[in-house]
Design a protein around this ligand. Structure first.
Ligand SMILES: [Mg+2]
Length: 423
């Protein structure tokens, strides 16, 4: 995947400038996010980039601030901007570390952890050290010029006044650079495998394209699962890091709550699926709120309308991270275009960085492209659709020829003959 490496002070938040030189804010309380940064982060994320903040904080080594003060500022930025990855160098030059920019250690460590394509990635910073670190890591570089009274970087790829302009330049250039492969669709939307067949899940777990798993009682029943807990444990013995959603099947809030706590306790990667209502159509919002308060990771499911998205997003407001599953395919089944609903759902949850939208119940492989195009976070995909993903971009004349040959070969294999009825 590609990343945007973001310097912190002067890029995300205002730096404190003394004698023409920038310094970090002292505490989270005085943190000031720069104009346009929130929107730029959202646009970059929607374009499929992983956002990674890489920041030199030598004041820790100098004893003029603490690691916890730095972390508190990062946490506040992360919450406001939806950035989950912060890499901090706490050293000063004398420590001779390999992480302090202009050395590329922080970028290389993040690249190793997240399988980042460095030549496809960009470093954005406001000092020469940022640009030098980005180039040393093999990334393109953007210099945000605040006119500091200090050495300027040499040869950044782009110079601008802030992250909003940087994002515009990055997004405009991302697909059309000569000789560069456009991002595959699986890099732009997370593919969650939908199923309940344990052998199938084991096979999919070896596929790096799969970023998570979802199940539901209907799929489990079809797969012949009789013991729910045994099935859940078997799946978790295969996969303990990528998110896996298991659904509660009770109908009364107390029992749903009990099941949710039990499922959630099985593993840290379990997301508990709670339906938007029970079978009497009564909202599960209160249950969702209480589970959020207890730290249960949720995937609220079976939503088909925007009023439902509004209610659920509000109920999930205090969660650390949660999914909302909108059943686009079921909307389409009724003759309605699901795209405006999915786009509307993204607009509703857009300001809640803890929430991710899942395009549930896709009906055709093209839905994966649609989900990616609107910046939907994830899509559940059955294995038959997954197999068609490698048809992406296939030449249509060639595909036509293969189709003709398939008809011909099947007719021959069946031994069909058309003979004169009287013959
Ligand atoms: Mg800076």
């Amino acid at each position: 995947m590609r990343a945007i490496f973001l310097d912190r002070d002067g890029i995300l938040n205002a730096a404190v400038v003394r004698q023409g030189r920038p310094h970090p804010p002292g505490a989270a309380a005085t943190l000031e996010i720069l104009p346009g940064v929130e929107d730029a982060c959202r646009r970059l994320r929607n374009a499929g980039f992983l956002l990674v903040c890489v920041t030199n904080q030598p004041d820790i080594a100098r004893g003029t601030t603490t690691r916890s003060a730095v972390d508190a500022i990062n946490a506040a930025l992360g919450a406001s901007l939806g950035i989950r990855n912060f890499v901090v160098c706490p050293h000063d030059d004398a420590d001779r570390c390999d992480c302090r920019k202009p050395l590329p250690g922080m970028l290389l460590a993040a690249a190793a952890e997240h399988a980042i394509d460095l030549p496809g990635s960009v470093m954005v910073g406001d000092r020469w050290r940022d640009v030098a670190a980005g180039r040393a890591a093999g990334c393109r570089t953007v210099f945000v010029d605040h006119g500091y009274a200090e050495e300027r970087p040499s040869r950044p790829d782009f110079i601008c006044r802030g992250l909003a302009e940087a994002a515009e330049w990055i997004i405009a250039g991302m697909a059309w650079r000569e000789g560069e492969q456009p991002m595959t669709v699986a890099e732009r939307v997370k593919i969650f495998a939908d199923g309940a067949d344990i052998q199938g899940i084991a096979a999919l777990a070896r596929n790096p394209v799969i970023k998570g798993f979802t199940t539901n009682p209907t799929l489990m029943r079809a797969a012949g699962v009789t013991d729910y807990l045994q099935f859940a444990r078997a799946v978790l013995s295969i996969e303990r890091s990528r998110p896996i959603s298991f659904e509660v099947f009770a109908d009364e809030p107390d029992e749903m709550h009990r099941q949710a706590i039990l499922l959630s306790g099985l593993s840290a990667n379990v997301y508990v699926k709670i339906p938007v209502t029970n079978t009497r159509g009564e909202s599960c919002a209160a249950l969702i709120r209480s589970l959020v308060a207890e730290g249960v990771r949720l995937n609220v499911t079976a939503l088909l309308t925007l009023p439902q998205v509004l209610t659920v997003a509000d109920a999930l407001r205090d969660s650390a991270h949660a999914f909302i599953s909108v059943f686009a395919g079921r909307i389409a089944d009724t003759g309605r275009d699901p795209l405006p609903v999915m786009q509307g759902a993204l607009d509703i949850i857009g300001r809640q960085h803890e929430l991710e939208l899942i395009w549930a119940s896709p009906r055709e492989v093209y839905n994966i492209y649609q989900a990616a195009a609107i910046g939907c976070h994830a899509i559940t995909v059955s294995s038959d659709l997954l197999m068609k993903l490698n048809l992406g971009g296939k030449d249509l004349d060639e595909f036509s020829l293969e189709t003709v040959r398939m008809f011909h070969a099947d007719a021959a294999a069946a031994g069909y003959r058309l003979s004169d009825a009287n013959g």
